[in-house]
Design a protein around this ligand. Structure first.
Ligand code: ZN
Length: 211
């Protein structure tokens, strides 16, 4: 419980005093900042609505006459609100944040290329290396092959994102959290590797275009 510095009302920590609307710069997790239940499955429309409603209520312009302390609180609350909204809106960022809330990090378990995408990663890296070494007359064909790969990679990435959303729902039922954490790490790790690969491919295609 915290006490509103303006009206003195004691309440659960929120971004705004429920009684008088004064911004409260309490340290909150992303879900609490948006007054959403701590669940991985999020109603994105509700998230959007809540974000805009709170942004409006916290806008520093509303507190110009209230003194520097209150205005400062509104700025800090707005920063926390924005950070929370961005984290929760993006499913990958949300998944990573979920691990963080459990004191888990993807890097703890992410040193080797995950087996599921290992072959793909290896093939694409080889293709990229070949493309760099290709003769000028060969280069165009190599670039076309890589561009086809880019489509395939995006398809795999989209599949993984669907898998991630499906995984999120599992946390809503009572289950073995240790197992779920491991599963979440695996999916996010696959996505992280695919993301890097897609970035490398895009860079190589840009360079090929520029050459
Ligand atoms: Zn108050």
């Amino acid at each position: 419980m915290i006490e509103c510095p303006s009206c003195g009302k004691r309440q659960e920590p929120l971004l705004i005093c429920a009684e008088c609307g004064t911004p409260l710069a309490a340290p909150l997790d992303c879900f609490a900042a948006l007054a959403l239940p701590r669940k991985l499955t999020i109603d994105l429309d509700a998230l959007e609505r809540r974000y805009h409603e709170l942004s409006r209520k916290l806008h520093p312009d509303r507190f110009v006459s209230k003194g520097p302390k209150v205005r400062d609180a509104s700025l800090r609350a707005t920063a926390l609100l924005t950070r929370s909204y961005r984290t929760l809106r993006d499913p990958v960022a949300r998944g990573l944040y979920w691990l963080e809330l459990r004191d888990e990090k993807l890097a703890d378990n992410n040193k080797r290329v995950p087996p599921e995408v290992a072959e793909l990663v290896f093939e694409v890296q080889e293709q990229l290396a070949e493309m760099q070494l290709a003769d000028p007359e060969e280069a165009h064909e190599r670039a076309t092959q890589i561009a086809a790969r880019r489509v395939e990679l995006q398809f795999t990435m989209d599949e993984k994102l669907v898998e991630l959303e499906r995984h999120f729902a599992k946390w809503n039922q009572p289950a073995d959290e240790k197992m779920l954490t491991l599963e979440l790490k695996t999916i996010l790790s696959n996505i992280a590797y695919l993301r890097t690969l897609i970035r490398d491919v895009d860079r190589a295609l840009e360079n090929a275009k520029a050459a």
